[in-house]
Write a protein that binds this ligand. Structure first.
Ligand code: MEV
Length: 299
């Protein structure tokens, strides 16, 4: 009897490329320091305690059981990540659960193995999914998808998230974009190509730490997400609130429809940007990049 094993994994935001990444275009995402913590111990049965969807826990245990037999576990989840807000809460819970199972059942999985397994779990539940959320949540830092490369550890500017407190269904939004693409393939593919070019430039300005240009690219990316129909009045209001209060740039993050925007700004402008988002009706969350992805929680 080894007692409780505790692991945590972070949320993420997209600097560019959501939706286009589903069609193999490039995207850059960043792990942020909102985390989900999973406490796991062996048990004679399966008990799951979470405020969110238990399917991710069940499916993570099922997928892991194909590697090592699991007779029974008790899993308790605590999370700082809003659910259904496009911040990758389901990936974080899946990754943290697999991390804890890996240790408790001595499976010797690498982080790459865990990221892959977590992606399979997400895909089996959501249908269509890119490996972005599960990879960032496992590795942390700034990552390039679909290459699955960690391109940078951190950003030298502030990140402010604006939560509309409305929920968007990733599955439905991905489906709606698919239908739009079937009806206007040439137009939508040009938009995806443009988003891919934005990501190429995002990589360049990230490396050069030119956050003004990075912000400008985020603004353009936001316009293109609006163009493919995943915006909302609430999301636009928060984007405008952040920009008019001094952000370098702001855009939808994640599937859209509801959920969150992400803004970047100078450290000295954080309070102003928070005010802009809250005046526009959102909940502001100031976040740091999480250089750590999946990690063991000790003590
Ligand atoms: C959802 O957070 C982002 C999408 O690109 C879907 C995905 O990448 O799985 C819309």
């Amino acid at each position: 009897m080894r007692g409780v094993v505790v692991y945590s994994a972070p949320a993420k935001v997209y600097l560019s490329g959501e939706h286009a990444v589903v069609y193999n275009k490039r995207a850059v995402a960043v792990g942020i320091d909102l985390r989900t913590t999973v406490r796991l111990e062996r048990s004679d049965n399966f008990h799951y305690q979470t405020n969110a969807d238990t399917r991710y826990l069940e499916e993570a245990v099922n997928a892991f059981s194909s590697i090592k037999a699991v007779d029974g576990v008790e899993i308790k989840v605590e999370s700082e990540i809003p659910v259904g807000a496009g911040l990758g809460s389901s990936a974080a819970v899946t990754v943290a659960t697999l991390g804890a199972l890996n240790e408790e059942f001595d499976a010797n999985l690498s982080k790459e193995d865990i990221a892959k397994l977590a992606f399979e779990v997400e895909r089996s539940i959501q249908g269509v999914a890119s490996p972005t959320d599960t990879f960032v949540s496992t590795m942390g830092g700034c990552v390039l998808v679909p290459d699955l490369l960690r391109i940078q550890d951190t950003l030298d500017c502030a990140i402010v998230i604006g939560d509309t407190r409305t929920v968007g269904s990733t599955k439905k939004l991905v489906q709606a974009v698919k239908e739009l693409r079937s009806s206007e393939p040439e137009v939508i593919d040009l938009i995806f190509d443009a988003i891919d070019r934005i990501t190429a430039a995002v990589i360049e300005w990230l490396e050069a730490a030119d956050y003004k240009r990075l912000g400008m690219l985020m603004n353009i990316n936001h316009g293109l997400l609006d163009a493919i129909g995943v915006g909302s009045l609430e999301l636009s209001a928060l984007v405008d609130g952040a920009r008019s209060h001094g952000a370098y740039g702001a855009k939808i993050t994640g599937a859209g429809g509801g959920g969150c925007i992400v803004a970047i700004c100078e450290a000295k402008k954080v309070a102003q940007v928070v005010e802009g988002i809250e005046e526009a009706g959102g909940k502001a969350i100031v976040a740091d990049v999480s250089g750590d992805g999946l990690r063991k929680v000790v003590g």
